[in-house]
Design a protein around this ligand. Structure first.
Ligand code: M6R
Length: 369
């Protein structure tokens, strides 16, 4: 069943082009408008939404963090992301104008389910983004957008993460189209770019050899840091979580801008630091800021492993290793930049002889609070 791969996780990482493609498929009408028929919530209610709250746990919550950047930009609706177990027990402000979006691969995560129930009790509409047909969270939600990643067997989530992000983009683009925001014009362009993403994920996978070599060389690391800004920040958090979960290595993800507010004190000679670099074609000099963060850690002896866009030569003077990803709009980049981090964790855990698919202490689906 592993199709020749050494683990389900590696197989699922390699299935990501089709997982994303399937999730995006069949959403355009002949005029090129986005259809989201599953979103069976009255359009008048969707137009009146004044706040979106994403609830989720673990990797699904990081997908939610990526979604926040995209949805706020395209829809201009304030969007919060909260761990479901924190949301549930702190008296959150939720009402009929709140749209709660619950991300869950399994659809059975009890913490997320309790948050869904709580939100609906307060009058909010709930949309589930879920990978498992007929599971509990979709059944208890007002609507569901299914991700079509196929069954995910490995405990560590990979293809579900990318598919959740893709589904969240669809939701954001649909709401922008429906509400006619000034960014609605971007919708077609982004949809076009999204269609190109599966092939670009394949390009990243085709270059996996470099990541595999790196993982094998770094198998003795006892701590790895991950830095990113903007949508690269949740990608950094996800890269760190993967390494903790399956390779049992201490790993932390930081917003690169936080470095000088504390974490840079951790950096000493030989400290491996992954940096997720935004496109140099993006706005707000984000790219230059991240390049200077690479310089800062490198000057303190860090070994820098940089994930950067093809053709971005500004990073090379400060990078011990550069892993390239194809060009894509800034907001879509997590669908590409996450992949080398998944591969790194998977190969490193494998080289240590660990059971990649069944890491210690973890269950695929956490059905208790
Ligand atoms: O099934 P869910 O998406 O609701 O699961 C949420 C988390 O338990 C899950 O993402 C967990 O963090 C994974 N082990 C991540 O690899």
């Amino acid at each position: 069943e592993k199709d020749g791969y050494s683990s389900f996780m590696l197989k699922e990482i390699n299935e990501q082009p089709s997982a994303v493609e399937q999730t995006l498929m069949g959403r355009l009408d002949p005029q090129g408008n986005l259809m989201l028929d599953e979103l069976r919530i009255d359009e008048s209610i969707l137009r009146a939404v004044d706040k979106i709250v994403v609830v989720a746990c673990g990797t699904a919550a990081y997908a939610g963090q990526v979604a926040k950047y995209a949805i706020e930009h395209w829809c201009r609706i304030p969007t919060e992301v909260e761990l479901a177990h924190e949301f549930r027990y702190r008296d959150p402000i939720v009402n009929e104008k709140t749209l709660v979006v619950a991300f869950s691969q399994s659809g059975e995560t009890m913490d997320t389910l309790m948050a869904v129930r709580h939100a609906r009790e307060q009058g909010a509409k709930v949309v589930a983004i879920c990978n498992t047909n007929g599971s509990t969270i979709p059944r208890e939600s007002d609507a569901v957008i299914y991700t079509h990643a196929g069954p995910e067997i490995a405990v560590a989530s990979t293809k579900a993460f990318l598919s959740q992000i893709a589904a969240a983009y669809l939701l954001g683009l649909y709401l922008a189209q429906l509400r006619g925001t000034k960014f609605a014009d971007e919708v077609r362009e982004v949809l076009h770019e999204l269609q190109q993403v599966p092939a670009k994920i394949q390009t990243v996978l085709d270059a996996a050899g470099k990541v595999t070599d790196l993982a094998r060389r770094m198998s003795d690391a006892d701590s790895v840091l991950f830095l990113g800004r903007h949508v690269g920040y949740p990608v950094a958090l996800e890269g760190a979580l993967k390494l903790k979960e399956i390779a049992y290595i201490h790993a932390e993800g930081f917003a690169a801008g936080e470095l000088k507010h504390g974490p840079i004190a951790l950096v000493e000679e030989g400290q491996p630091v992954f940096v997720i670099v935004p496109s140099p074609r993006g706005r707000d000099s984000l790219h230059a800021k991240v390049v200077s963060n690479i310089q800062e850690v490198r000057a303190r002896g860090a070994i820098t492993i940089v994930i950067a866009e093809e053709g971005d030569e500004a990073v090379t003077p400060y990078a011990n290793e550069v892993i390239r990803v194809p060009r894509t709009p800034v907001l879509l980049a997590p669908l590409l930049t996450t992949v080398p981090l998944q591969l790194f964790a998977c190969e490193l855990a494998d080289s240590k002889g660990y059971d990649v698919d069944q890491p210690r202490n973890l269950a695929k689906s956490v059905t208790v609070e």
